[in-house]
Design a protein around this ligand. Structure first.
Ligand code: PMT
Length: 692
């Protein structure tokens, strides 16, 4: 998950008492794999020596325009091109002022002006300096051009006053950088079309029909998509806002008809569309070319405008996703559901004008996200945070699509299988039969495609089959074995893998003679127990994985595994006979028959809503995972004899310990209590969550 690995960071240090923390920052960045080049202002050297920082970075610190030793020029231009990010920490009020007003009188400021990469700023100053309108204005100016501020913390300051102005701790600063880089890759190569703001419908050259939309919500969505690496086309009605991110291509329009034409032109080339504009539903049937004179009563005849969302919904391809908004004053939920269906949306964002602080003009919004599986009511929060939640949901949908539509990618089998056969317990037999078995199993595992979906190499589920042969009867060809299956797949937006399913099946017996082939035909019950077992586990793993991508997404595939389990009982042991609750039949039956419906829901909530969010925002991801684990508890209560909840804790043991290596202690103790209840045999492991 080290998103900073290999990143080039220019660390600008200015003259503040917090400059000593630059040493910790450098160490932390280097520990995360980043390469750091320090640039200091002359006064920063009064607080920390260049020697300390150059020793830690193993690079000479740059501070002067010319190198004192040989007079060579220190190129701020080169630094601007080398960096993946510039971080100014601590940043004094003086440096902020110079940055905002263009006073390039030291190496740090010239580097800042040459910077091609994003700039992060961690201010450090006295509370009155920080809250001073000039400082706040400078911050606003720099934010408006895309600089990212890491707000200072409150606490005791160098002046011994207490208030806001303390530079954030190095861990918080580094995690802001990590957040940025991990988010950046989420929507890279995705094209998102967004409509925002109102439309104006001309009555005559000076009058129009319009509404109160300011475009704030739509612009926040555009910035959030661009921050996650998307190419954004923002079709904006008449608003008084600027875009910051250069990844946003803005098309200004005035009327609904113009917005419709621009949207229809750009939608076919987009992966997703977000329809946030408050489009006028009606426009004057006739527009006067001259100003209408005030001569008694006039009647305006209105004709309907095109419904942009519905028109895009009608031409939406299966590989595209659409998000709409619903602005309602009454019967909010049912009206929104109706629009979701009518406009062929994937989800809709419901605004109610009855909610204080929500809707037109405010910097805040209160929305409910509604899709065909349910709804998620969000609290009143800034439009920026609402945009984050909407884009996280959209990014999840686009990620799932990536699995299903890969027109240009070579189709790969869903599983990336490895096979190991251990024959060390079999003495004095001609081993050719085992080589033959190995190549027959490998052939099946490598060549079989289990579904119609297209996978790319990168998305395949790693799946290891380890077969230990305990007994072999060379007369009959009967083998008694133990099979361990382990599977994992990449976590969205990170380099980390999550376990899909691990299981040790102690009762695998079958008959195999040299040169036998192992073949599986979908829909037909295999006549050999080994084929049935291999098909069962392959389908189970793929089905479970699909369930993690969309709620109950693996149903069709899991039904095939269930059919195999139901019809293969007579082929050999292990379908029902070993450990009563952990046999192949019960595993699939418990999962599919509804008794453990909360466990099935957990698959989706834990992976898609929680785990995939960990790399973008660890605190939020962890909080969602904690919430999702309640479903595990519910499943355990519903059927404590089922193997599945316990199995889940075993499969996810290391993952859970890793996830809860940080986080608040009340969250950790809640999780530990839950895990001990479900799987007391791992108590020692769970308690490490509290102590690590
Ligand atoms: O811009 P702000 O001041 O920040 O305010 C934000 C907002 C309140 C405008 C925004 O959050 C919002 O709710 N936008 C949708 C407003 C709206 O027109 O809702 P609606 O329920 O009338 O329309 C339903 C959906 O159809 C919307 O996605 C809308 O964009 C779309 N539509 C509607 C009519 C039309 N002719 N064409 C459309 O595409």
């Amino acid at each position: 998950m080290e998103v900073l690995n290999g990143k080039h960071i220019v660390l600008g240090v200015t003259g503040s008492i917090a400059a000593y923390k630059a040493a910790f920052l450098v160490r932390l960045l280097i520990k995360k794999g980043a390469e750091v080049q320090v640039v200091m202002t002359p006064s920063a050297k009064e607080f920390i020596t260049p020697l300390t920082l150059s020793t830690l970075t193993r690079k000479p610190v740059v501070s002067e325009f010319f190198d004192r030793r040989d007079g060579s020029w220190n190129s701020h231009v080169d630094l601007g091109q080398w960096a993946d990010a510039m971080l100014i920490a601590p940043c004094t009020a003086a440096t902020l002022g110079k940055m905002a007003s263009g006073v390039a009188d030291n190496m740090l400021i010239t580097t800042y002006f040459s910077m091609k990469a994003p700039v992060f700023v961690a201010p450090a100053m006295d509370l009155d300096m920080y809250s001073h309108p000039v400082t706040q204005r400078n911050i606003e100016t720099l934010t408006s051009i895309g600089n990212i501020f890491i707000e200072p913390a409150s606490g005791e300051l160098a002046s011994q006053l207490i208030g806001k102005g303390r530079m954030q701790e190095p861990e918080v600063i580094v995690s802001a950088l990590e957040d940025y880089f991990s988010k950046q890759s989420q929507l890279s190569k995705k094209k998102v079309l967004i409509t925002a703001g109102p439309t104006y419908e001309a009555i005559d050259p000076v009058r129009f029909i319009g509404n109160y939309s300011t475009g704030k919500m739509g612009f926040a969505l555009a910035e959030e998509c661009a921050a996650r690496g998307a190419d954004v086309t923002l079709i904006a009605g008449p608003v008084n806002l600027k875009t910051v991110n250069p990844g946003i291509n803005r098309i200004d329009v005035t009327s609904a008809q113009q917005m419709y034409e621009a949207a229809m032109e750009h939608f076919p080339g987009s992966d997703a569309a977000i329809l946030c504009a408050a489009v006028a539903d009606f426009t004057p049937a006739q527009t006067s070319d001259t100003k209408i004179k005030r001569k008694g009563e006039i009647t305006l005849t209105l004709k309907p405008n095109p419904d942009i969302a519905a028109s895009l919904g009608a031409i939406k391809r299966p590989d595209q996703r659409m998000v709409g908004f619903a602005l309602e004053t009454n019967d909010e939920f049912s009206n929104a559901q109706d629009k979701l269906e009518r406009k062929n949306l994937d989800f809709i964002v419901l605004n109610s004008l009855r909610d204080e602080g929500a809707g037109f003009g405010y910097d805040t919004n209160k929305v409910t996200l509604i899709d065909r599986n349910g709804s998620d009511e969000l609290p009143l929060q800034s439009k920026k945070d609402v945009a984050k939640a909407i884009i996280t949901k959209l990014a999840g949908l686009l990620f799932c699509l990536a699995f299903l539509f890969m027109p240009f990618a070579a189709q790969a089998q869903e599983l990336n299988p490895t096979l190991a056969i251990n024959t060390s317990k079999i003495q004095g037999t001609d081993k050719d039969v085992f080589s033959s078995l190995e190549s027959a199993v490998k052939q099946l595992l490598t060549n079989q495609t289990w579904t119609d979906y297209h996978f790319t190499e990168k998305e395949r589920i790693q799946c290891n089959f380890n077969l230990v042969i305990n007994k072999y009867d060379s007369q009959t060809g009967k083998m008694e074995c133990e099979l361990t299956v382990q599977s994992s797949r990449p976590v969205y937006g990170s380099t980390y893998n999550t376990t899909v399913f691990n299981f040790r099946d102690a009762e695998v017996d079958f008959t195999y003679n040299e040169q036998d082939r192992i073949e599986y035909t979908p829909g037909i019950t295999p006549d050999n127990n080994l084929t049935a077992i291999l098909a069962y586990y392959s389908l189970l793993i793929i089905g479970l994985d699909f369930d993690t991508m969309s709620p109950n997404g693996g149903t069709d595939i899991l039904r095939q595994a269930e059919n195999i389990a139901a019809s293969s009982q007579s082929l050999g042991g292990g379908w029902r006979s070993f450990d009563s609750k952990a046999n192949r039949y019960s595993i699939i039956n418990d999962y599919m028959n509804g008794t453990l419906s909360s466990f099935r829901k957990l698959q989706y909530d834990y992976h898609r809503k929680g785990l995939d969010d960990m790399s973008a925002n660890a605190d939020r991801g962890r909080a969602t995972i904690t919430e999702s684990l309640n479903l595990l508890s519910e499943a355990y209560q519903a059927k404590s004899t089922s193997a599945l909840p316990t199995l889940f804790t075993e499969i996810k043991k290391n993952e859970l310990i890793n996830i809860y290596s940080s986080g608040i202690s009340s969250e950790r103790s809640k999780v530990v209590e839950l895990l001990i209840r479900i799987n007391p045999s791992l108590s020692n492991d769970w308690t490490t969550i509290m102590t690590q």
